[in-house]
Design a protein around this ligand. Structure first.
Ligand SMILES: Nc1nc2c(ncn2[C@@H]2O[C@H](COP(=O)(O)OP(=O)(O)O)[C@@H](O)[C@H]2O)c(=O)[nH]1
Ligand SMILES: [Mg+2]
Length: 376
């Protein structure tokens, strides 16, 4: 063979062999490339879906953040509003009211309604008609600002100042004997109410003091009837007093007090229409006039069942002039009776305030509080 041909053939073979080798080689790297490409595509898809998920999460977080911001805004607005309201709450003043029950008893025309009128509304025309039904009225007795600190009723985390308002809860009864059942019922009912009230008082020391409180009974005596009796020896003039104060109500009072169905704090004996005694005994002193009235009613058997219902230190004798026509009268009875009516509750609630009772002295060595004269 021609050597050139051999060479050509050889080189052709070489080229062919190389070509096949290259072809085979390029075949496998294309496959690898394709695999890589596929993998990359998958990875890219995975990344893409991760990105989509992250974007979703970011969007959600952004929404949540906006929501939180909005809620925070609302909470802050509410907090600001609450702080503003709280400031107002702190400025509020509370009031605690305390009531002392006071019963006005006595025969017709002895002056019960005149006393209530003097206490309650002396600027109004004086009462003319006799009392047909029991009348209940509150009379302001005393008030104290900054009595105590306590929780606000609407928000107990706020402490505010409380005022104490002390009142007389006055019952003005008709003077007929037949109406005494109302007096008895009111005595029992108000005793119960005082007890229940003491239970509601949260301050321990006040509760203990209020438990000791009782009803104030103001027994009116018409000294005009006595001077009539003195003038002509006519016991008839005192008959209304005798039958009134010897009726079952007064006969049973001591027993009721003993069995605690009735709590009585003070029994105030009011010697009303003292102006008429002054007219009748012009030469005597007011001391002697009062002594004369006291023994006059005693001897006539009017005050028998009243004496001893409570300790004598709780049974003051007060002369009074209560009609509006005698404004020059020197005895301010209404004011003095009010002092006794309010004494216990004022001491119970305010403790350190004791209404001063001016006493003109006690004839016959009796305790000073038993006789009261206000000479002005
Ligand atoms: N002279 C005199 N009259 C009085 C006095 N107090 C009351 N009165 C009069 O006695 C009458 C009966 O009084 P009142 O208060 O209605 O008695 P009550 O029935 O017990 O309520 C009225 O005309 C009063 O003006 C007083 O101190 N002196
Ligand atoms: Mg009356």
């Amino acid at each position: 063979m021609d050597p050139i041909f051999v060479l050509l053939a050889a080189s052709g073979g070489l080229v062919m062999g190389g070509g096949i080798g290259w072809w085979m080689g390029s075949q496998s790297s294309a496959q690898a490339l394709e695999t890589n490409l596929k993998k990359s595509r998958e990875e890219a898809e995975e990344l893409n879906s991760q990105l989509t998920r992250s974007r979703g999460a970011a969007d959600r977080s952004q929404n949540e953040l906006a929501d939180i911001r909005r809620q925070f805004g609302e909470i802050k607005a509410n907090a600001d509003r609450y702080l503003a309201v709280r400031e107002k709450f702190e400025m509020a003043r509370g009031v605690h009211k305390f009531y002392q029950p006071v019963l006005l008893v006595g025969p017709i025309a002895s002056g019960k309604t005149s006393l209530l009128w003097q206490w309650q509304a002396p600027w109004e025309p004086a009462p003319k008609e006799s009392t047909i039904n029991v009348k209940q009225a509150n009379v302001t007795l005393y008030s104290r600002d900054d009595w105590m600190k306590g929780p606000h009723a609407y928000d107990d985390s706020v402490a505010i100042s409380y005022e104490a308002h002390l009142m007389l809860r006055v019952f003005d009864f008709p003077g007929e004997l037949t109406k005494q059942a109302q007096v008895a019922a009111t005595l029992a009912e108000q005793t119960k109410e005082l007890k229940a009230y003491a239970e509601r008082v949260t301050k321990e020391e006040n509760r203990a003091r209020i438990k000791k409180l009782g009803i104030v009974v103001i027994c009116m005596l018409d000294c005009g009837a006595l001077t009539q009796y003195w003038a002509n020896g006519d016991r008839e003039a005192l008959e209304a007093h005798i039958s009134y104060y010897n009726a079952a109500l007064f006969k049973e009072l001591k027993r009721k007090i003993a069995e605690q169905s009735v709590d009585i704090d003070h029994v105030v004996l009011v010697f009303n229409k003292f102006d008429l005694v002054r007219q009748f005994l012009p030469d005597k002193s007011d001391h002697d006039r009062l002594l004369a009235c006291r023994s006059g009613f005693d001897k006539a058997g009017v005050t028998e069942f009243l004496t001893g219902t409570v300790h004598r230190s709780r049974m003051p004798h007060v002369p009074s002039v209560l009609n509006p026509t005698d404004l020059t009268a020197q005895i301010q009875g209404a004011t003095t009776i009010r002092k006794f009516a309010g004494k216990s509750i004022v001491e119970a609630i305010l403790g350190d305030v004791t209404p001063a009772v001016s006493s003109g002295g006690a004839p016959g060595g009796a305790p000073a509080s038993e006789f009261v004269f206000i000479m002005q």
